[in-house]
Design a protein. Structure first.
Length: 337
């Protein structure tokens, strides 16, 4: 069973303020120091400090990855070996959170424990839908200042959908933002990690969205991007309040920390679901090839070619054609004589 390593604190660094670092990466069976920039950091309970680094191996390709403290050093400077993973002291190359533009206050212990419990629940979920429902319900419990919570996901073709919500108002406000292509939710999905809109009635950033949202009772909103280094943006956590105009900076910190766990849980569930779907697809295509071989007395290569030609001519996925063949064959077997 997955045992999460709770995040104690984290921070993203604005592009203009990212310090130059060097990171020790695996290259062609060996290791070498590569130049890069520190984009953010995470401190975990068990494994300590991790840096999120954008770097170049020299082959003209940019990479982004998370590395433990012992594999990062300030550009041109030796690593301070005292600062190892698991240490409570911050590494020498790491800016303190309060020295960063937009630095967030630390999460208090009660909220951190609540987020840890939520992370355990999310880590034990077995499907994407279950994870999404847990993200929404856990966020509502962990961040009580917001009385309406939803989770958006970015689908394969870039479409955005609200997949979990604690109320109908969430769905209504989410869809309004999708339709208008503006609002905190849209901005966060476009790449802003956190978009806070206290006293939203006075906010001038979204001139079409705000008046309609206020008509529906919205007073403040917080949108947090769900993203992973290897997947990019996977979705967004959308938090709405109809009871207060104020957003406490500590709530922003808590929401950002919660989003780290939520993104990890969602990423694992998506990967598991994709692997399961791939196995099912191979099985269905294999069954369809067998049906074609028997029906037309052709070999496996010919059956493969049949499926791919049908897919190309009809502009239909091979898996869908294969599933249709399998369903038709099953229907014939169950049809009474």
């Amino acid at each position: 069973m997955y045992a999460p390593d709770p995040v104690l604190d984290s921070c993203d660094i604005a592009a203009a303020d990212r310090p130059a670092v060097e990171v020790l990466v695996d290259v062609d069976g060996g290791q070498e120091w590569c130049r890069g920039e520190l984009r953010g950091w995470t401190r975990r309970r068990d494994s300590g400090w991790w840096g999120h680094v954008g770097y170049d191996t020299g082959a003209g390709q940019a990479h982004v990855g998370s590395f433990p403290v012992e594999r990062i050093r300030a550009a041109g400077a030796p690593l301070d070996r005292h600062h190892v993973a698991g240490s409570d002291r911050s590494p020498a190359w790491l800016p303190g959170p309060r020295s960063l533009p937009g630095g967030r206050p630390p999460v208090n212990d009660d909220i951190a424990r609540a987020i840890g419990r939520a992370a355990q629940q999310m880590g034990q979920a077995t499907s994407v839908e279950e994870v999404l429902e847990l993200i929404a319900s856990s966020a509502a419990e962990t961040l009580p200042a917001f009385d309406h919570v939803g989770v958006s996901t970015v689908e394969m073709r870039g479409e955005v959908q609200t997949r979990a919500a604690t109320s109908d108002l969430v769905v209504e406000l989410d869809r309004l933002q999708y339709r208008l292509s503006e609002g905190p939710c849209v901005d966060s999905l476009a790449g802003e990690d956190v978009v806070a809109a206290p006293d939203i009635e006075q906010d001038q950033r979204w001139p079409r969205y705000v008046p309609q949202a206020v008509e529906r009772g919205l007073r403040s909103q917080l949108a947090v991007r769900l993203h992973l280094a290897d997947r990019g943006t996977t979705g967004g956590l959308n938090l709405y309040s109809t009871t207060t105009d104020r957003i406490d900076p500590a709530e922003v910190s808590s929401a950002g920390l919660f989003a780290v766990h939520a993104a990890l849980a969602l990423g694992r569930a998506m990967e598991s679901e994709a692997l399961t779907a791939a196995v099912v697809t191979r099985q269905v295509i294999g069954q369809a090839i067998g049906i074609l071989m028997e029906r037309y007395q052709i070999d496996e290569k010919g059956a493969h070619a049949f499926l791919w030609r049908a897919s190309s001519r009809g502009n239909v996925r091979v898996r869908d054609i294969a599933q249709r063949l399998v369903d038709e064959a099953a229907s014939r077997r169950t049809r009474p004589d």
